[in-house]
Design a protein around this ligand. Structure first.
Ligand code: SDX
Length: 436
């Protein structure tokens, strides 16, 4: 890709023992440069070591950029605040997939293509019957998304650009349907089919909350909030679930299987499961006067408790998405007529205290996107178990865009990290009769 062909490549020198070794340095358009250590093992006989990849770039990408110190998030160079304010989610999907904002004609064509892929194969509904009604919807999502590859053999040839784009459109279009079906199944209500004359967010809310016995009345404020929440969650550089999708895709696995792997990773409470965990934490705290006890626990090294919705590997300042999420939260609460939500009172007071506490200031722990999303989604009528599902619906476009970028990267090869081995040295087998 471009950075690897730059004429004026600088080099970095490593002194390992009595050997000097130099490696090329590549500069990006913005952000830190990288040192290419691909030949480090060949040159030094050692591996580099960076569990959690705190200082390791896994790829070159043109999709999303985060400046964690300044609290900046750009999708293809456009600030998240402007996209959330002026655009809609499908415009963001087009931007992430194609790299440019669509013209009016391109947007109309893209919306039409997505709209006409929103139904799932009718036999998909039988998968749901196999789950217990009280199964966590993320278990259902992970299973059903992986099952898509059993239905769409005509878009699993990843070497064919046309099939890659069809698979991308299918994933973006069908995730809301699969998610809504998981929700309906969990509450024992019939599945609601998508309706092609509705926009993406309204269609999704209708599939979740409509019932066959009465006319569904869309709420434009809630639909706008849902659409904005999808925009905020669409992509985020090489986060854990996106890296999972890239690693799965590097073996040539089909895109549906890769997205299922992304769902599985996102489910973790340290990642996409944090919105559900954050709301459960606010419920456990219950009232502002109990906050100091939890702040103390969060600081206690011997206590595994963490303030869910706080902290981030990259943002060492306010997560720009959290600010927009907080604004959306107030809009939704006022639209549904909630004057004082006790959970919001706890959240606002917890944020106020934490932002003035030396521990959180020193460790640069600020609210992240998950801190306010839970309160908003609960106010919109979703159970906490659906929060990560909604995150997965939104993040699918980011996963699939990053997957496509990786497949189209001529330097791409299967990902296969090495290790520091500290296990037993070689030893001979001992028959069981002689083991003590
Ligand atoms: C998402 O990567 C992405 O981009 C993710 C995401 C996306 O859009 O894809 O932004 C979505 O996952 C947001 C993050 C949601 N997770 C949470 O809200 C869970 C709570 N947060 C933490 O678990 C933690 O902050 C992480 C996992 C988010 C980040 O962890 P790091 O970067 O590995 O940092 P760390 O765990 O090493 O913490 C650094 C220090 C530690 O103290 P020391 O060991 O240095 O003394 O900060 C402390 C931690 O103990 N700390 C916290 C804390 N988060 C970190 N202390 C209390 N409460 C917290 N929430």
């Amino acid at each position: 890709m471009d950075a690897k062909t730059g004429a004026n490549i600088k080099t970095g020198k490593f002194v390992v023992g009595d050997r000097d070794t130099t490696f090329p340095i590549y500069e990006g358009t913005i952000g830190p440069s990288v040192i290419d250590i691909g030949k480090f093992y060949a040159e030094t006989g050692m591996f580099t070591y960076d569990p959690g990849y705190t200082s390791t770039g896994s790829c070159e990408s043109k999709i999303t950029y985060i400046d964690g110190d300044e609290g900046i998030l750009l999708y293809r160079g456009y600030p998240i605040e402007q996209l959330a304010e002026h655009g809609d989610f499908l415009e963001t999907c087009y931007l992430l997939l194609y790299g440019e904002l669509p013209t009016a004609a391109q947007k109309a064509d893209f919306d039409n293509r997505v709209t006409h892929h929103t139904m799932v194969h009718e036999q998909m509904s039988r998968f749901y019957q196999g789950f217990r009604r009280d199964a966590h919807p993320m278990a259902v999502m992970t299973g059903c998304v992986g099952a898509l590859s059993a239905f769409y053999h005509d878009s699993t040839d990843i070497s064919d650009p046309t099939q890659r784009m069809i698979a991308s459109i299918r994933m973006i279009a069908k995730m809301p349907t699969i998610a809504a079906m998981a929700y309906k199944y969990s509450i024992g209500q019939p599945f609601i089919y998508p309706k092609n004359d509705l926009d993406y967010a309204t269609n999704f809310l209708r599939m979740c909350f409509a019932v066959p016995c009465e006319e569904y009345k869309p709420n434009a404020v809630l639909a706008r909030a849902m659409d904005r929440i999808f925009i905020l969650h669409a992509d985020h550089e090489q986060n854990a679930s996106t890296s999972t999708v890239r690693l799965a895709g590097s073996s040539g696995a089909n895109p549906f299987a890769c997205i299922a792997a992304g769902c599985a990773c996102l489910w973790g409470p340290a990642h996409g499961g944090a919105n559900e965990a954050a709301l459960n934490m606010l419920r456990e705290i219950g009232k502002p006067e109990r906050i100091p006890e939890y702040i103390r626990r969060a600081k206690d090294k011997n206590d595994s408790f963490r303030l869910m919705g706080f902290g981030h590997r990259v943002y060492k300042h306010y997560d720009p998405r959290a600010k927009i999420m907080q604004k959306t939260c107030h809009e939704v609460l006022s639209e549904i007529g909630v004057k004082d939500d006790p959970l919001l009172d706890v959240a606002l007071e917890l944020e106020r205290i934490a932002l003035h506490d030396d521990y959180f200031i020193e460790k640069k722990l600020y609210p992240n996107i998950d801190f306010y999303s839970g309160i908003t989604l609960k106010a919109m009528g979703f159970p906490t178990t659906m929060f990560t599902v909604l995150f997965a619906v939104a993040r699918t476009v980011g996963w699939i865009s990053q997957w496509k970028e990786m497949i189209e990267d001529p330097h791409q090869k299967i990902g296969r990290p090495r290790q520091l081995y500290t296990g037993a040295t070689q030893r001979d087998y001992v028959p069981i009769s002689r083991r003590k």
